[in-house]
Design a protein around this ligand. Structure first.
Ligand SMILES: [Zn+2]
Length: 146
């Protein structure tokens, strides 16, 4: 009976279709939840900022929505907070886990390279991390101290 075969095929196809839809949905949900980097929302709203007048570093500063740098310092009320650039290098050429936050020259209208006051290296916007093996070494050293 060709009709029975056809309806079986239709049934199979609809099951395959539904499964595919469920799979796509699952992937979308997973991407949005489990696979998303932890606190992605928080990270985009909290930054480590530096006060261009006082040099004060404020960690996890909540960035006001739809605002542009410089952000107002709640202590002084002045718009003097800009994003700090993290430097993970030590003077000895090793990595560290707690970075030094550096104020970039370009943020304050200065020209020339920005030099990290801690390690003496040049710091740039989106400052690159030290190589992974150096970071692992730093992590190991930190764990050993615990
Ligand atoms: Zn440095």
């Amino acid at each position: 009976m060709p009709e029975a075969g056809e309806s079986k095929l239709k049934k199979t196809l609809s099951i395959v279709g539904a499964s595919a839809a469920i799979l796509v949905l699952a992937v979308v949900v997973l991407r949005a939840t489990l696979l998303a980097p932890p606190d992605a929302g928080d990270l985009s709203r909290k930054r480590t900022v530096v006060d261009i007048k006082t040099g004060e570093v404020i960690k996890d500063f909540p960035i006001p929505e739809n605002s542009a740098m410089p952000w107002p310092n709640p202590k002084t009320g002045e718009n003097t907070l800009v994003q700090g650039e993290a430097c993970f290098w030590t003077k000895e050429g090793k990595a560290k886990l707690e970075p030094t936050y550096v104020l970039l020259n370009e943020m304050i209208g200065k020209t020339g390279p920005t030099i990290c006051p801690d390690c003496g290296r040049t710091v740039v916007a989106h400052n690159p991390l030290p190589p992974a093996d150096l970071l692992r070494e730093a992590k190991k050293a930190a764990d050993a101290k615990k």
